[in-house]
Ligand binder design. Structure first.
Ligand code: G6P
Length: 611
């Protein structure tokens, strides 16, 4: 969603906040803006388009503005109001003395706006955010923090905000409910940000704000209170993030970098967690609830998007290896459909960002109903990770490309580990567990080998990039991979694609197949190989072109498919870790060939912090 960065200190603030929002552009990128304070008052610039559009005005600013030491900036992903200049943040109150940037949704903005209009306030934008800053302005009586607090007490919805006032120079008021916000602690300088990537260049000491907290931040320190104005004590945390990790490092796009990073990030994810000798899995984050987990009667995986696909693989793994009834739910559906949580139900939330609003709300709902809540999350210190009862981090490093790749891989790996951990304690023999873990441990090397043939994926993309409809088919463990392959293609190349369990094709989608239609079939060796060959024949009989993902050594497939991408041999439960990689590469090359912005696809955001 939207990105927020604020700075107060002794250095020139604008270059710092602009560099910060450039690093957050992956969170939202339809418009951007900044506000800064000089002796003459508030300076605000904003416009539709990328951060670079706003950045281009910097050289023309007057010297006092360039030298200002307090500023904030914002990059937007539109919810209320079109992505144009007026709706870009920061928004100001009618006096022009208070400005505000916001990530989230003010749900009762309509009634607040009607009230303020009756009070004589005129609005310049169609956003919910302007309502909030106008309310702050309306309530302001000489104390910005107090006015923000009073305004927030009237607000329904979610927010991460930063607020400046020309009447209180050198002060940033920050507050959060439901949208992430951290305070970076430097030497005689402080930063406010929605995401650590924006500030890691300046400090690795941070305070994670919690819901309903308000911070008053100045160059000499900060104070934190809750909405009732009671002081809150916070602890400093270390950021586990380095600048190199969030830079391109010679790759053309973050997505490509992250695809190629997968052998290394998977090693990082598995490190120290596998004991091959004893066929054991060590997951420190689950130690405290091990007994409850072993006795669990049912698991529910809750997630959105790519993480939901990882959950679906997990459902197969948990039932297969640990013999625990498991369901995978869209978090957005789970939270609103009166779910049944019995004694022994464990809800496991999967999320790269740890900030997805629906996933977090579903987890809170499950908690209220008494479920043990686990998290499988990548971003350390994120909201979901801090609100679960226990969990396992992915440790795959920051993922910047909007289309998730290495995080999906990490999610698959962590869920595979948890399945073996539980399986070993319930049904798996030591030998079976050791064999499975040995195979999992070998996956990073197999991915490296597979990436050596990345050019094959490019050739496949070149052959079919002009086609507007693709199908992706898989069975068993590879059915969720078919869904993920189709999603990757859709989100970054804007080609319509549908993923299906292969046998379902004949119940409708087969009608779509015409001469030359690309149909990607995951046809790796395994129990259902014979069946999938049958599906391939059905596609061929209708003129479809089969792009097969097959196991090395299978020569039969070449006579059936127009194109084949081979993956190394591995046990079926672990195949998704390999079969997804060619699909990531095909989607990447298709997007590049179509001239799409791979890392910032239209209408999408990396982390969806609104419902
Ligand atoms: C967004 C992203 C997807 C991601 C989904 C869930 O829609 O564009 O790539 O899979 O959110 O995100 P999470 O951070 O919860 O894994």
């Amino acid at each position: 969603m939207c990105g927020i960065v604020g700075y107060v200190g002794s250095r020139y603030a604008l270059p710092i906040v602009m560099e910060g929002i450039k690093r957050l552009e992956y969170r939202g990128y339809d418009s951007a803006g900044f506000a800064t304070l000089t002796e003459d008052g508030m300076v605000v610039r904003k416009s539709a388009g990328r951060v670079s559009v706003v950045e281009s005005v910097l050289p023309d600013l007057d010297q006092a503005t360039k030298e200002a030491t307090t500023a904030m900036a914002h990059t937007r992903w539109a919810t209320h109001g079109a992505p144009n200049d007026e709706n870009a943040h920061p928004h100001c109150d009618s006096s022009g003395k208070i400005s505000l940037v916001h990530n989230g949704i003010i749900e009762n903005y309509h009634s607040l706006r009607t009230y303020l209009e009756k009070e004589g306030v005129t609005f310049e934008s169609a956003t919910d955010t302007e309502v909030l800053v106008q309310l702050v302005g309306h309530l302001y009586k000489g104390n910005l923090e107090q006015a923000v607090r009073e305004a927030l007490l009237q607000v329904d919805g979610t927010y991460g905000i930063a607020v400046l006032s020309s009447q209180e120079p050198g002060v940033i008021i920050a507050a959060r409910r439901g949208s992430p916000l951290i305070i970076g602690v430097g030497k005689d300088e402080y930063l406010v940000a929605s995401d650590a990537a924006a500030i890691v260049e300046h400090t690795n000491q941070v305070i994670y704000m919690s819901d309903n907290e308000i911070a008053r931040v100045t160059a000499s320190g900060f104070s934190m209170t809750n909405l009732d104005a009671m002081p809150v004590t916070k602890e400093l945390s270390d950021l586990e993030l380095s600048l190199e990790e969030i830079e391109l490092g010679g790759y053309e796009h973050f997505m490509l970098k992250e695809i190629f990073e997968q052998p290394k990030s998977l090693e990082d994810c598995l490190r120290g967690r596998i004991d091959l000798k004893n066929g054991e899995v060590h997951l420190g984050g689950l130690r405290d609830c091990a007994r409850e987990l072993i006795r669990a009667k049912r698991f529910i995986f809750s997630a959105c998007g790519t993480a939901w696909h990882a959950g679906l693989v997990g459902e197969y793994l948990f039932e297969d290896l640990a013999r625990i009834p498991t369901e995978t739910e869209y978090a957005s559906e789970f939270r609103y459909r009166n779910p049944i949580i019995n004694d022994g139900t464990v809800v496991l939330s999967i999320s790269q960002s740890g900030e997805t609003a629906d996933t977090m709300a579903a987890m809170n709902e499950a908690k209220e109903r008494g479920a043990l809540c686990l998290g499988v999350v990548n971003v350390v210190g994120s909201s979901i990770s801090r609100n679960t009862d226990a969990g396992v981090y992915l440790h795959v490093g920051p993922e910047i490309g909007v289309a998730s790749t290495k995080a999906f891989m990490g999610q698959l790996a962590v869920i595979s580990l948890i399945a073996a951990y539980l399986g070993r304690r319930r049904h798996m023999s030591q030998a079976a567990s050791a064999e499975y873990l040995r195979a999992l441990n070998g996956v990073p090397a197999q991915i490296s080998k597979l990436l050596d043939q990345a050019d094959r994926a490019k050739a496949i993309a070149e052959a079919y990039v002009h086609r507007d409809n693709w199908l992706y088919l898989g069975r068993g463990y590879n059915y969720p991979v078919a869904l993920e392959g189709a999603l990757k293609l859709k989100e970054i190349s804007y080609i319509h694609a549908e993923g299906l369990p292969a046998a379902e094709m004949k119940h409708g989608p087969i009608a779509l197949i015409t001469e030359g239609m690309p149909v990607v079939v995951i046809a790796t060796d395994g129990m259902q190989y014979g069946k999938i060959v049958g599906n391939i024949e059905e596609v061929r009989a209708r003129g479809g072109h089969v792009i097969a993902i097959a196991t090395e050594g299978n020569t039969e497939i070449e006579s059936l498919a127009k194109h084949t991408f081979y993956v190394p041999d591995i046990a079926e439960p672990l195949q998704p870790l390999l079969t997804v990689v060619p699909l990531q590469l095909i989607a990447y090359h298709a997007a590049v060939l179509r001239g799409c912005n791979v890392d910032k696809p239209r209408n999408l955001a990396k982390s969806v912090t609104v419902e």
